[in-house]
Ligand binder design. Structure first.
Ligand SMILES: [Zn+2]
Length: 410
């Protein structure tokens, strides 16, 4: 008990240092090449030097990327050794940020952090430096006070989260499998609610599809000489929008909404003039499938409807998968979730609920690799916005939650 109070008190005393680290990190833009940037190299070097100055050694797990000046993307890891070396508790945050967007919407320089009324303003302060800094100070609490966590407490500062993690956690899991061990579990402080109440354990599988229906173009006055792709495409989209939710109708109350969704979204322009029968119709669907349903079955059902439309309308109907990401859920009653509920209650006095979301988080890579992974943090939800901010109290409180989790990994 003495140790816990000592460590929590130490974190309370580190507000200014936490703000200082935020300022340092904000000043170094870390944008992916897709966003016109040079990657995370400079920011990673500054963070590594800062951590080493505090006595925390970091190891880089670079991933080659010829598009950036450094030739590689950094993925840093640090460890506070535990009393028991089997299985680690990880906190994974990311180094990269999204571009500021329209500068005129910012009240100051996005890369010069401003502090006002208990908030820090700047690009990246919430997404994901808040979680990053919290994890750093949870780790330093052990080092500076000579206390050991129950198991290894490991930090991962990953690259490339904002544009898909191909040079970040996805590559690290593939290229450095020995960094992780069976039984490791992860907290990803990159999502959550302002009142700390949401723990995300699962996501729906994402399936983005492009449909091309090909008929034959002809003059609007002579429709018998062609095949109207617009009409056939419209029949197909209506059929899919009706049949897919009927066929894949399982309900899982972990999710909001609690069922799979199949939404026609983008529609591409066809002919520019009114007197031509269009020969090509292109539309897209965004499907979010419950983990308990099979994406393969969804695709088979879609193909079946395409064949029927081809027969009925004399067209060719093709579908391409532009993105497909399935995710294994972390059990809502896993040990880490129980500990996190306890820790959040202790620090914030808040009851949490576990939830699934619509998909597309980095958690999917870790879960698919077999590691229990929770996404949780206390955030103002200003990620990617102009005047993004971080509430200092949240940064400090979340550091305490991470500390309690690292103490309680038995
Ligand atoms: Zn993020």
């Amino acid at each position: 008990m003495g140790d816990i109070q000592k460590l929590l008190g130490w974190i309370d005393g580190q507000r200014e240092e936490m703000v200082g680290l935020q300022r340092l990190l904000t000043a170094i833009p870390a944008l992916a090449p897709e966003s016109g940037g040079e990657g995370e190299d400079k920011k990673a070097r500054a963070l590594a030097a800062w951590l080493e100055g505090q006595g925390l050694a970091v190891e880089n797990h670079p991933v080659r990327d010829s598009r950036v000046p450094a030739g590689e993307r950094p993925n840093l890891a640090a460890v506070v050794p535990g009393a028991d070396r089997e299985g680690a508790f990880w906190v994974m945050s990311h180094l990269d940020v999204v571009p500021p967007g329209d500068f005129s919407l910012w009240e100051g320089d996005p890369y010069a952090m401003r502090e006002k009324d208990g908030r820090l303003y700047g690009r990246g302060v919430e997404d994901n430096q808040q979680g990053l800094v919290s994890s750093v100070f949870a780790a330093l609490a052990f080092l500076k006070n000579g206390v050991r966590p129950s198991r290894d407490f490991r930090l991962l500062f990953a690259a490339d989260e904002e544009v898909g993690s191909a040079y970040g956690i996805e590559a690290v899991l593939r290229d450095y499998p020995r960094l992780f061990r069976r039984g490791d579990c992860f907290l990803v402080p990159d999502g959550g609610r302002p009142d700390s109440s949401m723990i995300e354990v699962a996501e729906k599988s994402i399936l983005w599809l492009k449909f091309s229906v090909e008929g034959r173009q002809c003059h609007g006055s002579m429709p018998h000489l062609g095949t109207n792709a617009f009409v056939a495409g419209s029949a197909l989209v209506l059929r899919l929008a009706q049949a897919l939710p009927e066929k894949f109708s399982r309900v899982d109350s972990l999710f909001e909404p609690p069922y799979s969704t199949f939404c026609p979204t983008r529609k591409e322009a066809n002919v520019p003039n009114v007197n031509t029968i269009p020969g090509l119709d292109v539309f897209w669907m965004d499907c979010r499938v419950l983990p308990s349903e099979s994406v393969g079955d969804v695709l088979a059902e879609i193909d079946c409807h395409c064949r029927k439309i081809e027969e009925e309308y004399g067209v060719k109907a093709r579908r391409e998968v532009s993105q497909s990401k399935a995710s294994v859920p972390t059990p809502a009653d896993c040990a880490l979730a129980g500990r996190l509920k306890k820790a959040v209650k202790a620090v914030y006095g808040v009851e949490t609920r576990v939830q699934g979301i619509g998909g597309g988080t980095v958690g999917a890579y870790l879960r698919n690799a077999g590691y229990d992974t929770l996404i949780w943090s206390t955030i103002a939800e200003t990620c990617h916005m102009p005047n993004e901010y971080c509430v200092v109290d949240n940064m400090v409180g979340d550091a305490k939650v991470m500390l309690l989790l690292a103490l309680d990994q038995k």
